[in-house]
Design a protein around this ligand. Structure first.
Ligand SMILES: NC(=O)c1ccc[n+]([C@@H]2O[C@H](COP(=O)([O-])OP(=O)(O)OC[C@H]3O[C@@H](n4cnc5c(N)ncnc54)[C@H](O)[C@@H]3O)[C@@H](O)[C@H]2O)c1
Length: 426
C-alpha cells in the first residue's frame, strides 16, 4: 500500500474537517461524509461552516483532492481506512452518548477490506465492544485526536505524539494508519486499543485537573495576598510541572474537557470505583464559573436591574465554538439574579441564540459596554485588550467596574485610570 492511500472521513466537524484538510495537504485523496445536507452543500461550494484559523485556506488549496458527500456508499468503494470523527456528546447520566458512533458502525457494515479508525473520543472498552459486535468483519484502530480548537491545523500537523491503538489480529490496518503520520515526524505511540482510548481520556482529565488546581490556588491567594500569576510563573518553570494549563480564570469549558472528565468519572463509577479526584475537579470548575457573580455583588450589591456587559461568548479565543462556554453559565446566572445582560463576541455571538436567554447580542464591544454597570471579561480575545479603556470605555460605562475573568487586561492601566478591577487570584 503506498503512503498516499485515499482515506474516508466520517463527520465534518472540527476534528473531521481538520483531519480531511491535513491529510489532503499531505497528498491523500479524502472522501468526507456528513449527514447534514447544508454542511455538505456549503463545503462543496468552498464555504467552511466553522471558524478555525488556516482551515479554510488549506481546504481551498487542496480542493481537487477533497470529495464531499452525504452517502456512505460514496466512501466505501474509494477508501479502506475510514476515520470516524462524529460527535460523542455527554448524555444525562454523564456517560458519553455513543449513538452516532453506533450508527456509523451499522452504516459501514461488515467488510474485511475496511477499518474504522476511531478519532472520536470514546469510553475505554468501545473498541472492544465494536469489534465484538462486528465479529471480526471489519478492522478497528483507535487513533484519538489531541488537537485544540483555535490552533487545530497547526496541532494536527505538528503533534506532540500520535497514538495508534490496535490488536495484533487487525490485518495490518494499525500499521497503515501509523504510516499516514510518518511525514509529520512525531513520536508514534503504538498501544492496544483500550490503552489508546484511556490515553485520550486521561490526558484531558489531567489537563482539567491542572486548571482546577491553579484555580483553587488563585482563590486561596486572593485571601492570603499572593498573586496567582506570579505563583504560576514560579511553579511552571519547574520542568516537572510545566507552564501550560496553569492560568487561573473562570474554569474550563468547551466541547471536550467537561464531557471527557465527566465520562472518565462515570466510566470509573461503572466499574465500582469512585474517582474522588475527578469529582473535585468538576466541582471546583462549576463553582469557579460562578465566582464572577460574587465579585459583581461585592461592589454592586443586588444585581436586580443592573446592566452587565459580558465580553466574549466563545469558550476560548480563536474559535466560534460555544459548547459548554462559561459565558452561557454566567448569562444564565446573572439573569436569574435579575440583571440585564448584553454580550459581545467577535465571531461567536451568532451561534449562541436562545442559549443566552434574554441577553442582548451587541454589535460591538463598545455597544455592549454602553451604559453598563460593570464589564466581565469572559473570553480573552486580543481585541478586548486593545479597547480604549482610559477613554471610550470609561466614558460609556455607568460605573467603572471590571471583573477580569481571565487575568487578561492591564490591571495597572485600569487601576490608574480609576477602575475598580477584580481579577482572579491577583
Ligand atoms: N473539537 C475538539 O477540539 C476535539 C478535539 C479532540 C477530540 N474531539 C472529539 O472528536 C469528536 C468530534 O468532535 P467535533 O468537535 O469535531 O464534533 P462536531 O460536532 O463539530 O462534528 C461532528 C460531525 O459529525 C456529523 N455526524 C454525526 N453523525 C454522523 C454520521 N452517522 N455520519 C456522518 N457524519 C455524522 C455531525 O453532523 C457533525 O458535523 C468528539 O468525540 C470529540 O470529543 C474533539
Amino acid at each position: 500500500m503506498n503512503d498516499r492511500e485515499p482515506i474516508g472521513v466520517i463527520g465534518a466537524g472540527w476534528v473531521g474537517l481538520v483531519t480531511a484538510a491535513c491529510f489532503s495537504e499531505l497528498g491523500h485523496d479524502v472522501y468526507v461524509r456528513d449527514i447534514l445536507q447544508e454542511k455538505i452543500d456549503s463545503l462543496s461550494r468552498g464555504e467552511v461552516p466553522i471558524y478555525e484559523p488556516g482551515l479554510s485556506e488549506m481546504l481551498g488549496r487542496n480542493s481537487e483532492r477533497l470529495h464531499y458527500t452525504l452517502e456512505m456508499a460514496d466512501l466505501l468503494p474509494n477508501a479502506e481506512l475510514l476515520f470516524c470523527c462524529v460527535d460523542t456528546p455527554p448524555s444525562y447520566s454523564g456517560d458519553a452518548d455513543l449513538s452516532r458512533v453506533n450508527r456509523v458502525v451499522e452504516e459501514v457494515g461488515g467488510s474485511t477490506d475496511h477499518a474504522l479508525v476511531m478519532k472520536s473520543t470514546v469510553p475505554v472498552g468501545t473498541g472492544r465492544s465494536i469489534r465484538r459486535t462486528a465479529n471480526g468483519a471489519i478492522g478497528y484502530v483507535s487513533n484519538p485526536e489531541f488537537l485544540k480548537e483555535g490552533s487545530a491545523v497547526n496541532d494536527f500537523m505538528n503533534p506532540d505524539r500520535v497514538v495508534v491503538g490496535f490488536e495484533d489480529s487487525d490485518d495490518g490496518f494499525g500499521e497503515r494508519v501509523a504510516a499516514l503520520y510518518e511525514p509529520l515526524d512525531a513520536p508514534i505511540v503504538h498501544t492496544d486499543v483500550a490503552s489508546a482510548e484511556m490515553i485520550k481520556l486521561a490526558s484531558n482529565a489531567f489537563l482539567a485537573t491542572k486548571i482546577s488546581f491553579i484555580n483553587e490556588i488563585a482563590n486561596v491567594s486572593e485571601e492570603l495576598g499572593a498573586n496567582v500569576d506570579e505563583v504560576a510563573r514560579g511553579m511552571g518553570l519547574d520542568a516537572r510541572i510545566g507552564p501550560q494549563f496553569l492560568r487561573a480564570g473562570l474554569g474550563y469549558g468547551g466541547s471536550c474537557f467537561p464531557k471527557d472528565v465527566s465520562a472518565l468519572k462515570q466510566l470509573a463509577g461503572n466499574t465500582g470505583y469512585h474517582f474522588q479526584l475527578l469529582t473535585s475537579v468538576i466541582e471546583v470548575n462549576e463553582l469557579q464559573k460562578r465566582r464572577a457573580i460574587g465579585k459583581l455583588q461585592k461592589h454592586l450589591g443586588s444585581l436586580v436591574g443592573k446592566e452587565i456587559a459580558l465580553l466574549g461568548v466563545a469558550f476560548k479565543p480563536n474559535t466560534d465554538d460555544i459548547r459548554e462556554a462559561t459565558s452561557l453559565v454566567l448569562a444564565g446566572r446573572l439573569q436569574s439574579e435579575g440583571a440585564h445582560v448584553r454580550v459581545y463576541d467577535p465571531i461567536a455571538s451568532g451561534r449562541a441564540g436562545s442559549l443566552l436567554g434574554g441577553a442582548r447580542v451587541a454589535e460591538s464591544a463598545l455597544d455592549a459596554i454602553d451604559g453598563a454597570d460593570a464589564v466581565v471579561l469572559v473570553t480573552e480575545w486580543p481585541e478586548f485588550r486593545e479597547l480604549d479603556w482610559e477613554g471610550d470605555v470609561k466614558q460609556k460605562l455607568r460605573s467603572p467596574l471590571v471583573v477580569d475573568g481571565r487575568n487578561f487586561l492591564d490591571r495597572e492601566l485600569l487601576t490608574r485610570a480609576g477602575y475598580t478591577y477584580e481579577g482572579v487570584g491577583r
